[in-house]
Each structure stands twice: as structure tokens, then as C-alpha cells.
Write a protein that binds this ligand. Structure first.
Ligand SMILES: [Zn+2]
Length: 464
């Protein structure tokens, strides 16, 4: 071992001790005087940015996927302590390797990044890093340093930076360029280290393997080498994966007291296959999955492969084959209720409304807290000619999934004939507006409908 390396290890060790054992000196919930960018301004920019994302991209708006990623995010947020904002998590249907934290606690993942995460731990390493940036208000600091600009210009500049100008429409790119200060918004090396340090600490507290941070960074490095001509957007905003691999490996080396829990990958594999079926061309993935499924013994070694196969068949509207594959997974995991909801969703899509309804009602009795099942129960009731019952469930779900736009659309469909003024509920520009509209719709729709839920529904009470 040469002197340089020894010296580097000594320095790293000192830093590690400071990082791992030391408490964060400033509690997150105390606003620092350096933050000239107020909470109200940050919220306004966040809402404008979300509006741009909704216009420019397709979000994978699905209660199941939203619930999964939100649950993962909340695990980390509990460790992060009180926050300035309610966090919301979104999946963008886009093949680029990218994820970012936007102002006011909005965290976005591109489906292309999820595609490259092999384990839940790898996804959590990115999620925790982004929460680290948001909780430390790095983006707010950058905006403060960029000078006083209005919320629209700031949101446009952030869109250009975080989403990559190549993916945006000309109007947004022109708006982003008008700000002219985009370079100042990039995270510094110190920001990166702080977000990594927090992510490391939280992953350890969750008994997750911090090695997943390293394997994810190595994938980022591979992606950057593969795209030599154009640096991926993620690596523009989160620079130097090589450097990050170096210090995280050193921290792991020094921090031996690891208690790692073997993670159950069922939920992640299911989530990943659903994202894949919704975002990728199923004609290209179906032959690959079919070939793998024919390998001997694969049902025992990799049962979730058949789940992927069922989702791909379903996306191709081949319902009998989708059900055949899904039933194999249900047989393997008979206690996982969520697979039955998947079966109900399949039957609903295939037009078997009564069968679907029966499944959703049964699962709702067994597990009334699942948003995914409740959402599809409402859809089935709607299609079965029970819109009032459906609206009650949708309204209930808005508390649990406040950014899930489809809920407001469905509620709006039934609230509209009861109101004389047009509400434009179909396009939902921001969270506040959605919440306001929901409470308005709830008031108006509850009054004239005058229905009580069926006994079998046992509507869940959700907490925020
Ligand atoms: Zn970063």
C-alpha cells in the first residue's frame, strides 16, 4: 500500500467517523438563514414544474405503482425527521436513465432508471439520495444563488436542467434558455457527498445493504461510458460517479458493524415488471420472457418471471395466456393478496366485470387498506352501474393518493352534472388545486348522491 493510499484511508476514516457517528448539526426542520428562497416560493416553483412534467411527459399514473414507491419513500422520510413539505413520488414514462428531486418534495423517477435497478436496495439507494438533496434543500440553495427570478422562469430552467433539454418541447427549452443561469443550478460536489452520506445512514438504519449504493453507481458509470457523445441528464446534475464510488466504498470498508436484512424482493420484482409492461414495447420483451420461461425449473428459481410474462401478455390483450401465467405465480404465492387484485384487473380488462367485482370485494374484505384493490373495486362498480359507490371509494382514496390525477377525473365526471360551472378537472396543474377541487367535488357529490356504502365495502380510513 503506498503512502497516498494510506493517507487517503486515514482521511476517509476521519470523515467516516464524522459522517457515521456524528449527528447532523442542523436539524432539517429549522430554516437556515442562508435560504433566501422561501418555502412558499419553493412550493410555487414545484407546482409549476410538476405542471410542465405533466404536459411534456406521460406519468405512469397507477395507484399500485404510486403506492409502492410512496411507501418506500416514506420509510426513508421517517428517518429523515420533520420536513418542510409533503413528499410526492412520480414515475415518468421515459427510457432515459434519470431521477431527480424537484423543489417542494417532488421526487421523480424515469422508467428507464427503474429498468436498470435489479434490487429494491438499488432503487432505494437512488430514492434516499434524492430525498437527501430535497431534505437538505440543495435545490433551494442553488435557486437562491441564481438570483431573483420569478417562479415560472425558475421552473422552466429547472425543467431544462433536470429533464434534459433534448426531451422537452421547443417552447419549454426556449423558456429555460431565457433564464440563462441553468449552470448555477447544478449540484456541487459537497451537495453530492451530503446526499450520499444521508442515503448511506438511512439505508443502514433500514437494515439495507449499502453495497447497493455502490452497485447502482457502477451502473451509472457504465451508462455514462456507453453514452459518450451525450452525457445522460442524471450525470449532469449528479456528477462524478467515480468519485462517489470511491468514498462510499471507503465508508463501507471502515464501517464494519453491518446488520443487513435479506430483503424480500417480491414487491420490487412485481413493481418492476409492471413498470416494464406499461412503459416498454411489449412486442420486444415478450419473446425474451417467453424464452426464459421455457428453461427447465425456472418456475421454482424465478417465479416472478411468469408475473412479467403475464403483464406482457396482458399489455398485448392476450388475456387467456396472461391468466395462465398469472395463475402459476398465484399458486406459488397463495398468500399474496395483491396477485388476486392483479387477476381481478385482468378480468376487468377482459370484460368479465362480475368476476372481477367478486375478486375485488373478496380482497377488500381481507385487506381493506390496499389502495390498488380499492381503486379497481371502484372501477368495477362503475362499470357495473354503481357510480355512487365508486365515487365514495375514489373520494376516500384522495387522502391516500393526493397526486393521483385519475381519482379527480373520475370524481369530476359525477360531480360535473351536479354543478353548473365548468371546473376543468381533467387537466390538473398542481397539487393544491387538486386538493381544493377534491374537497369541492366531495362536498357537491356527497350531498345529492345520498348513498351509504355497502356493508361489504368497509371503506378504509387513510392517514396522510
Ligand atoms: Zn445527487
Amino acid at each position: 500500500m503506498n503512502h497516498n493510499k494510506t493517507f487517503r484511508h486515514v482521511v476517509t476514516y476521519i470523515l467516516c467517523v464524522a459522517f457515521i457517528l456524528g449527528n447532523v448539526s442542523t436539524p432539517f426542520f429549522l430554516p437556515s438563514p442562508a435560504h433566501a428562497f422561501s418555502i412558499g416560493e419553493e412550493r410555487e416553483v414545484g407546482e409549476k414544474l410538476l405542471s410542465i412534467v405533466r404536459k411534456e411527459f406521460t406519468l405512469l399514473d397507477d395507484p399500485d405503482l404510486t403506492e409502492y414507491i410512496t411507501t418506500l419513500g416514506r420509510e426513508t422520510l421517517q428517518l429523515a425527521g420533520p420536513q418542510f413539505f409533503d413528499y410526492h413520488f412520480f414515475i415518468i414514462d421515459n427510457k432515459e436513465f434519470n431521477a431527480f428531486a424537484a423543489p417542494s418534495g417532488l421526487i421523480f423517477f424515469h422508467s428507464g432508471l427503474i429498468d436498470l435497478c435489479d434490487t429494491e436496495g438499488e432503487l432505494v439507494s437512488v430514492l434516499a439520495h434524492e430525498i437527501g438533496h430535497a431534505a437538505s434543500r440543495h435545490i433551494a440553495d442553488r435557486i437562491s444563488k441564481s438570483g431573483k427570478l420569478n417562479a415560472t422562469t425558475t421552473a422552466l430552467m429547472l425543467a431544462g436542467l433536470l429533464l434534459g433539454q433534448g426531451a422537452l418541447s421547443q417552447a419549454v427549452v426556449t423558456g429555460a434558455m431565457a433564464g440563462g443561469l441553468t449552470a448555477n443550478l447544478k449540484f456541487s460536489r459537497a451537495d453530492e457527498e451530503e446526499a450520499d452520506r444521508l442515503a448511506y445512514k438511512w439505508m443502514k438504519a433500514e437494515n439495507r445493504d449499502p453495497e447497493d449504493m455502490v452497485s447502482m453507481l457502477k451502473k451509472m458509470r457504465r451508462v455514462s461510458r456507453y453514452h459518450r457523445k451525450q452525457v445522460p441528464t442524471y450525470l449532469l446534475t449528479h456528477p462524478e460517479p467515480e468519485n462517489r464510488i470511491g468514498y462510499i466504498e471507503d465508508i463501507i470498508l471502515q464501517d464494519r458493524q453491518k446488520k443487513i436484512q435479506i430483503q424480500d424482493e417480491f414487491a420490487y420484482q412485481r413493481f418492476k415488471y409492471r413498470v416494464q409492461a406499461l412503459s416498454r414495447d411489449t412486442q420486444s420483451i415478450l419473446p425474451i420472457l417467453k424464452n426464459k420461461a421455457e428453461e427447465p425449473g425456472v418456475l421454482q428459481t424465478d417465479p416472478m418471471l411468469f408475473y412479467g410474462l403475464s403483464q406482457a401478455y396482458q399489455a398485448n390483450r392476450d388475456y387467456p395466456k396472461a391468466e395462465e401465467a398469472l395463475q402459476k405465480v398465484i399458486l406459488r404465492f397463495p398468500d399474496r393478496h395483491i396477485l388476486k387484485t392483479d387477476l381481478g384487473r385482468l378480468k376487468l380488462e377482459a370484460g368479465e366485470i362480475k368476476n372481477a367485482l367478486q375478486i375485488f370485494q373478496e380482497i377488500n374484505r381481507l385487506d381493506p387498506s390496499g389502495s390498488y384493490n380499492a381503486y379497481y373495486l371502484a372501477k368495477a362498480l362503475q362499470q357495473d352501474g354503481e357510480p355512487a359507490q365508486a365515487v365514495l371509494i375514489y373520494e376516500n382514496l384522495t387522502e391516500r393518493l393526493p397526486t393521483y390525477a385519475k381519482l379527480y377525473q373520475e370524481i369530476g365526471k359525477y360531480a360535473l352534472p351536479l354543478e353548473t360551472k365548468p371546473s376543468g378537472i381533467i387537466t390538473l396543474p398542481c397539487i393544491t388545486t387538486m386538493k381544493e377541487r377534491a374537497s369541492r367535488s366531495a362536498t357537491t357529490s356527497n350531498r345529492p348522491l345520498k348513498v351509504s356504502p355497502r356493508k361489504t365495502l368497509s371503506l378504509p380510513k387513510y392517514k396522510n
